[in-house]
Design a protein around this ligand. Structure first.
Ligand SMILES: Cc1cc2nc3c(=O)[nH]c(=O)nc-3n(C[C@H](O)[C@H](O)[C@H](O)COP(=O)(O)O)c2cc1C
Length: 172
């Protein structure tokens, strides 16, 4: 094991945060890291909207039961993909950038929760996202509430997901 692997195994979604501000320069640094993620032809077809306005966080938090934590997170973030910039690969590229951001955030002691279940069109309107762009996910970002109990998680065994040479052929 090394530190990176330990961090990847330790990371869990946290949906409750300390009432402690997050330095905006730190968020900028983490987004700089995200911009280093691999993307097809290095097109970087993504945008991040950092949301600190309590009224906007509140409106977004009401779009789904599972989005409530957005209201209490010090920072909320919208991840936007740009199919117009990279029509074939935006869906992969944007996930790479999101994971770079998330892993970097955990490495400095922050925690993150994804929200993908929400009224997407309404959220796009609230955030002024142009029609041709895709709102991929909302993220809550903050210092983790130590009393938050993570949900139990089952992880598939490697043999359930690895094939050798051809689909369906066990690695053994
Ligand atoms: C694309 C994506 C969308 C997600 N959407 C939601 C969501 O809408 N609400 C929620 O509570 N968790 C959401 N999650 C978090 C997952 O439920 C969580 O990652 C999964 O249960 C594994 O738990 P872990 O992140 O603690 O390892 C989402 C995660 C991803 C990657």
């Amino acid at each position: 094991m090394n530190e990176v692997i330990e961090l990847l195994l330790r990371r869990r979604s946290i949906r409750s945060f300390l009432n402690k501000p997050v330095d905006m320069n730190l968020i900028k640094d983490l987004i700089r890291v995200a911009n280093h993620a691999p993307s097809s032809m290095n097109r970087e077809p993504w945008k991040f909207i950092v949301i600190t306005d309590p009224s906007i966080k509140e409106r977004l938090s009401k779009l789904h039961d599972g989005a409530r934590h957005l209201a209490n997170a010090p920072v909320a973030m919208a991840v936007v993909a740009e199919p117009d910039v990279s029509p074939e690969t935006w869906m992969v590229d944007v996930v790479n950038a999101t994971m770079y951001f998330v892993v970097a955030a955990y490495s400095v002691g922050l925690a993150v929760a994804w929200v993908a279940a929400f009224e997407n069109e309404t959220a796009k309107e609230i955030l002024g996202i142009p029609k041709e762009k895709k709102l991929i996910t909302l993220l809550s970002v903050g210092y983790p509430d130590p009393s938050y109990e993570v949900k139990p998680k089952a992880v598939k065994a490697p043999e359930e997901v690895i094939f050798l040479n051809r689909y369906g052929n066990p690695l053994g």
